[in-house]
Design a protein around this ligand. Structure first.
Ligand SMILES: Nc1ncnc2c1ncn2[C@@H]1O[C@H](COP(=O)(O)OP(=O)(O)OP(=O)(O)O)[C@@H](O)[C@H]1O
Length: 969
């Protein structure tokens, strides 16, 4: 690439700008200067710095800017480097450099990457950030990163490249480093990657003055190429253009600005004795000091406008030739420490800065013609011309060939013309006649044609109109059809997705319906079977009952017949006796006759008797049959009862199966958990009171054994899974089992581990069922016994959920559980602020409104716990200020309940009042709320010695209470 600087670019004077930055005191300064004042006093508003020699003399220096130890990296960048970066982006060269004693913050100011904390980023990163933000696609920013170590230049990006020579352009004085790696930067992350590679290769070491002291001068070179505006848009005119040569002054050749930014982090100057360098480090230190001395000499010479500037004394001054006394805009930040131990080093640093401020540079714009892209354009034009010439040559040849063919045919025609000339004159006359006729006809035709043309033009007009209208219509149509198409496509897409959704839902619906139909069929079948069986049973019973009543009727009739026969027999007997009497008085014949008759009657009687006997037998048989039937009837009735019980069981089974199938819990079917849960649930009240009372514990051991058994059989995960069941019964049973398990210390950790706490909190959040809320709160109250669980409950939002229930629930038993849970949490002082934020104290007071004694006990316990822990926290110094209980308005409640008729409530509130009264920040509220009066009363009347004594002690030691008592006396 050939570069040609533009002539006539204006030059401007630009003094080297110098700012001072004071490093904060470090541990060493603090340790060694504890009794001494700093040697530096900054006056940033005056941009002045005062260097104290001793207690009675000091010197003042003015700089372009003065940064205190608290100055941010951003401000330092904006004041020191940004003007230089902006100037570089406008095409000027620029230098930003840090100079100072070792350990005073040069690398911190210039090279800090700020990977963890972007506010820590130094000048290098921030400059690249600004440069990348203002370079377009056509521009480019590349970097090289070098170190000057022991007078040798090394490429920090390719460390194998060492001893790189410095080449100076004799014409422009421009310095270049052949072979040095130039990396085109894509974005800031890329730059950070590149710079980190360089940092890894930089020489640093541990010295007495800096744990990570830079032992080399690091130089970041940023090359920026930006396209300058073209003077003529016509620079690439086509070959027909009259322009044949590129013109240098603003027509055909594109312009670019090429500028370079140098960011230099110098190695620190050091007093060898102080830094403790020896051996190789000593050599390093000497080399650093040497190059810094030669830089100082050059600056001195430039400041004094000396004709000779000893630039060639060191590689550092050769590299910085353009930065001091050259064409670059230069900004220098001199870093100093506050300690008076380094007074002389600080003083020489300040003097270096003062001299550098006197150096004037001649800032020049580096605009160049971009011959590279211009020559590419010319080559392109040349190729275009060559192709065109070739195309024209072939065209000329083709034309010549055609011309020749035309000449040949012309010759031919001439010959034929002369041969035909004779016959033509004869024919001519005939033709002329014909022509005349034809002309007449032609005129006629013309007239007709004119008419037709008129018609045609008329039609055309109309056609044009209609074409115009049609076109408009078609445009409208096209617009409409496009929008219709779009909406159609959208609709189609929507329709497809809806269709797919619908299909999926239909399938789901069908499957559910099929399942339901199956269930319904099954249930109908069962119902049918039951009703058929009942009907058969009823019919059979009816039939037997009818048969029995028939038999009874028959028996009665038989009885009547037998009685009739008996009475007939009696009559006959009477008659026979009568006849016998007659026999004695009447004839023998008649007697015989009578005997016959008697015989007959006897026969009758025998028959009647046998009849009677058989009837009696039959009667007996019937009675037996009846007994049997009654027996059968009873068995049938028993069967019926059994059937009824069976039917009910079937019904219950059916309901269970239906529920399970509806909620899709296979688990229930397999493990028959409901029955087990039912067994456990039998002792609901006992188990719940068990949660709160130790006395009942003994009586619960049997039930606990059952629960443990179920726990083992079913497994905690399965029970916890049931907490999420959609079936209310199942949820209620499950939460009761979990509550029972949570009552045992050894289960609590497992419950929390398996996600039981989350599931219980989920129930508090989502369930509307008061039993569930009550039992879940009880379970949480049990879990809230340990410190770990208390923290977990609060962090998972348990306190908010419990507080919310205080406003949602109506059952005092639920309040008791919720208040119990909150009361346990109140016993952890670290959670107090979060409990307050979760409105837990307010919730306790809200629940106390129920007036129920159990609830009041829990509320009082919670408040007393809170007051006790808070008081402990204040005594240990974790907390100060007014009590959170007072902030939340609990004081009136506490004061009023110190006289509660409920012993436990009274005790708790007496204690809570004493705890609050112990702290000065609460005394004013206690006085105004009547708490002091109660305290005085307690000091005499409390039935507990400890409370009486505590109250007395507080009243004696509190100045506020003492003066209030005196005042009211
Ligand atoms: N302004 C500042 N704010 C906070 N810490 C600073 C500041 N300046 C320097 N330090 C800290 O002081 C220590 C020395 O800083 P740094 O390495 O930048 O000094 P240096 O002048 O580059 O030293 P050397 O010349 O030996 O390389 C570092 O731990 C750095 O973080």
């Amino acid at each position: 690439m050939s570069l040609c600087p533009l002539n006539g670019v204006p030059e401007v004077h630009g003094r080297v700008r110098v700012a001072v930055r004071l490093r904060p005191r470090n541990a060493e300064d603090l340790a060694s200067d504890a009794d001494y004042a700093d040697c530096i006093e900054l006056q940033p508003e005056l941009k002045r710095l005062r260097l104290r020699k001793n207690n009675w003399s000091s010197e003042s220096f003015k700089f372009d800017d003065v940064f205190t130890e608290s100055a941010s990296q951003k401000r330092v960048y904006e004041v020191v480097a940004r003007p230089v970066v902006e100037s570089v982006l406008n095409g000027y060269n620029g230098t930003v450099m840090a100079y100072g004693q070792t350990g005073t913050g040069k690398t911190y100011t210039v090279g800090r990457l700020g990977k963890e904390d972007p506010s820590e980023r130094g000048i290098m990163v921030r400059s690249l950030e600004d440069i990348l933000a203002s370079t377009s696609e056509l521009d480019s920013a590349s970097v090289s990163y070098l170190q000057l170590y022991m007078e040798s230049i090394q490429d920090l990006l390719v460390p194998e490249k060492n001893n790189i020579p410095i080449v100076e352009d004799p014409r422009t004085g421009e310095v270049s480093l052949p072979g040095v790696e130039k990396v085109k930067i894509r974005d800031l992350d890329h730059f950070l990657e590149v710079i980190q590679i360089g940092e890894a290769n930089r020489h640093t070491t541990f010295t007495k003055l800096n744990t990570e002291s830079s032992r080399s001068h690091a130089i970041l070179m940023v090359y920026i190429q930006k396209a300058a505006k073209l003077k003529d848009e016509d620079a690439y005119a086509p070959f027909e253009s009259s322009t044949s040569e590129p013109r240098i002054n603003g027509r055909d050749v594109p312009l670019v600005t090429k500028s370079k930014l140098l960011i230099v982090d110098l190695a620190g100057s050091e007093r060898i004795g102080k830094s403790g360098s020896e051996g190789h480090s000593l050599e390093e230190a000497k080399s650093i000091n040497l190059s810094l001395t030669s830089l100082g000499k050059c600056i001195n010479a430039l400041a004094e406008n000396s004709p000779h500037v000893p630039t060639r004394d060191s590689k550092l001054t050769r590299l910085l030739r353009d930065s001091f006394g050259g064409s670059a805009r230069t900004s220098l930040v001199v870093t100093i420490g506050p300690s008076s131990r380094h007074h002389s080093e600080t003083s020489s640093t300040i003097m270096f800065g003062q001299r550098a401020m006197k150096v004037e540079n001649m800032i020049k714009l580096k605009e160049e013609f971009d011959y590279e892209s211009h020559s590419r354009n010319l080559e392109h034009r040349l190729d275009h011309l060559i192709t065109e010439i070739e195309r024209r040559d072939s065209y000329v040849k083709e034309m010549e060939l055609k011309l020749k063919r035309c000449q040949d045919s012309l010759e031919d025609a001439g010959k034929r013309l002369s041969a035909c000339a004779g016959s033509v004159s004869n024919e001519r006359h005939d033709y002329e006649m014909q022509i005349r006729n034809l002309m007449a006809e032609l005129n006629l035709e013309k007239e007709r044609k004119n008419n037709v043309e008129e018609e045609v033009s008329d039609l055309r007009c109309r056609l044009d109109d209609s074409v115009h209208i049609t076109r408009q219509h078609s445009i409208e149509l096209a617009t409409l059809s496009k929008s219709h198409k779009d909406s159609l496509l959208k609709l189609e897409k929507n329709f497809k997705s809806k269709h797919a959704e619908k299909k999926f839902l239909d399938e789901e619906f069908d499957a559910i319906q099929r399942k339901m139909i199956e269930k319904d069929e099954k249930s109908m079948q069962l119902e049918l079977e039951v009703s058929t069986y009942q009907k058969v049973l009823a019919d059979t019973t009816q039939m037997y009952e009818q048969k029995i009543s028939e038999l009874i009727e028959q028996l009665d009739e038989e009885r009547k017949i037998s009685q009739g026969a008996k009475s007939e027999l009696e009559q006959l007997k009477n008659k026979i006796n009568d006849q016998k009497k007659l026999d004695q008085f009447e004839e023998q014949g008649e007697l015989i006759e009578l005997r016959k008759q008697v015989k007959e009657l006897y026969g009758h009687h025998e028959y009647a008797t046998s009849e009677l006997q058989s009837l009696q037998r039959e009667n007996e048989e019937l009675s037996n049959g009846k007994l049997k039937l009654i027996e059968e009837l009873n068995t049938l009735r028993q069967k019926l009862k059994d059937e009824e019980i069976e039917r009910k069981k079937v019904e219950v089974e059916f309901l269970k199966i239906k529920r399970v199938s509806d909620t899709n819990i296979d688990l229930l079917e397999k493990t028959q958990i409901p029955e087990k849960l039912d067994r456990v649930a039998l002792g609901e009240d006992k188990s719940l009171s068990f949660l709160m009372s130790n006395q009942v514990k003994g009586s619960m051991s049997g039930q606990r054994t059952t629960i443990s058994k179920i726990f083992e059989e079913v497994g905690l995960p399965n029970v916890l899974a049931l907490l999420k069941s959609e079936e209310l019964d199942v949820q209620i049973h499950a939460v009761k089992v979990v509550a029972n398990l949570a009552a045992e210390d050894f289960n609590q950790e497992k419950i929390v581990e398996e996600g039981g706490l989350d599931a219980l909190l989920m129930l508090l959040e989502s369930s509307e069922n008061e039993t569930i809320l009550r039992v879940a709160s009880g379970a949480i109250a049990n879990l809230a016994m340990t410190e770990t669980n208390q923290g977990l409950i609060i962090s998972k939002g348990g306190a908010q959920l419990l507080s919310a229930i205080a406003y949602r629930a109506t059952d005092p038993q639920t309040f008791r559980m919720v208040a119990g849970a909150i009361a346990n949490l109140c016993g952890n002082e670290r959670l107090h602020t979060m409990l307050k934020e979760a409105n837990a104290i307010q919730a306790l007071l809200e629940m106390a409104r129920s007036g129920q004694s159990d609830v009041l006990s829990q509320v009082a316990r919670g408040i007393a716990n809170f007051a006790k822990c808070e008081s402990r926290g204040i005594a240990q110094g974790h907390r100060k200020g007014q009590s959170l209980l007072i902030e939340d308005g609990a004081l009136p409640w506490i004061v009023s309940h110190t006289t509660s008729s409920q012993l436990s409530v009274r005790r708790h509130m007496e204690l809570a009042l004493c705890h609050l009264a112990q702290h000065e920040a609460n005394t004013r509220d206690l006085i105004s709320s009547g708490g002091l009066k109660e305290l005085i009363r307690l000091s005499h009347e409390s039935t507990r010695d400890d409370i009486r004594n505590l109250a007395k002690r507080i009243l004696t030691i509190s100045p506020a209470f003492r003066s209030e008592i005196q005042r009211s006396c």
